[in-house]
Ligand binder design. Structure first.
Ligand code: PEP
Ligand code: MN
Length: 338
């Protein structure tokens, strides 16, 4: 943002006024001797109209946004019978990392529904680092997931990894998940957008917030009705946790941008003992929902066993998800109950 000053205005005095509002500025040489102030990164958000009211300010110019559709995205969205966003209780999305058998999916769907989840998660197509690791049961797992979700009045979120599979996944999923490894797979983002389903867009493990927002814009520009950005931890250097949960980005997207942010504490932590505390922290930072991996026998899980919590522990998370988010655009960090 650039602020143009009226001729003869004391720029330093205006800079002091702006600093009082949390706007840090740098003087630019304008054409014809005009004084321009460039607003620096990490400044507070103040509406341009409020700035135009300041005596000595001639005009305010905003750069063209690289994500106009995302800028207009509602803070709260309704997907089927579930509302996600400020003003609504946080939405718990839970289930196994991978759908392992029909029986397991039904058992876990029943358990997560009992614990208060509104959305069943589970992978039919799994991105795996090793080519020899279990990569999901594919199409038949989609059927297990769809049947279990319907039976327990849950929505279904499941990952799609390639454009050619979008149709088959979109036939059963209420929310299409784009995984961290695919956040900048633009043909996939376009195909997912064209499917016309809401997208849960995981943050790339080395993606900046800006890249993440622009990836969301790709989905919206290609027809997605809504995007739920999902923070799942970025790559850190410390191996104590699998990834580094970026709660600053959560607070930024939820509070400043007014987006319905989802947090996945499971992939962030990589270990089950940290999942509940990170989930609580995410809600305090303004997350509108949580995506949590659950298994009733984590030791026997075919993928991500160390980070799976047992269904009973889900209730621990929701105990702290009350009261519901305050209404209004933007979901500011709020205090936890003691
Ligand atoms: C998942 O949710 O199962 C998954 C693979 O997550 P991510 O893309 O965040 O690694
Ligand atoms: Mn997983």
């Amino acid at each position: 943002m650039t602020i143009a000053l009226a001729p003869g205005t004391d720029a330093r005095a205006i800079q002091r006024v702006l600093a009082g509002l949390g706007l840090w500025t740098r003087r630019l040489a304008g054409a014809g001797g005009e004084t321009l102030l460039e607003v620096l990164p990490h400044s507070a958000r103040v509406s341009p109209d409020a700035l135009r009211e300041i005596p000595g300010v001639r005009d305010v110019f905003l750069p063209e946004s690289p994500h106009p559709r995302l800028d207009a995205h509602p803070a709260a969205v309704r997907i089927g019978h579930v509302a996600i966003g400020p003003g609504h209780p946080p939405v718990l999305m839970a289930g196994p990392c991978a759908a392992e058998s029909e029986e397991q999916v039904h058992r876990l769907a029943a358990a997560v529904a009992r614990a208060g989840a509104r959305v069943l998660r589970g992978g039919a197509f799994k991105p795996r680092t090793s080519p020899y690791a279990f990569a999901g049961h594919g199409r038949r797992a989609l059927r297990w997931l769809a049947d279990a979700a319907r039976e327990h009045h849950l929505l279904l979120v499941t990952e799609v990894m390639e454009p050619s599979a979008v149709d088959v996944v979109a036939r059963v999923a209420d929310i299409l998940q784009v995984g961290s490894r695919n956040m900048q797979n633009f043909p996939l983002l376009h195909a997912v957008g064209e499917a016309g389903r809401p997208v849960l867009l995981k943050r790339g493990m080395a993606a900046t917030v800006d890249e993440w927002l622009q990836a969301a814009e790709h989905c919206l520009a290609h027809g997605a009705p809504a995007v739920l950005p999902c923070e799942r931890g970025i790559r850190g250097w410390d191996r104590g946790t699998r990834n580094l949960l970026d709660l600053g980005a959560v607070a930024l997207l939820a509070g400043e941008r007014g987006l319905p942010v989802i947090v996945d504490p499971s992939h962030a932590a990589g270990r089950r003992d940290l999942v509940v505390p990170l989930a609580r922290a995410a809600l305090a930072a303004g997350a509108s929902g949580l995506l949590v991996e659950v298994h009733d026998d984590p030791g026997a899980a075919l993928s991500d066993g160390p980070q799976a919590i047992r269904p009973g522990e889900l209730a621990e998370i929701l105990r702290f998800a009350d009261p519901p988010h305050p209404p209004g655009r933007g979901n500011r960090p709020r205090p936890l109950r003691p």
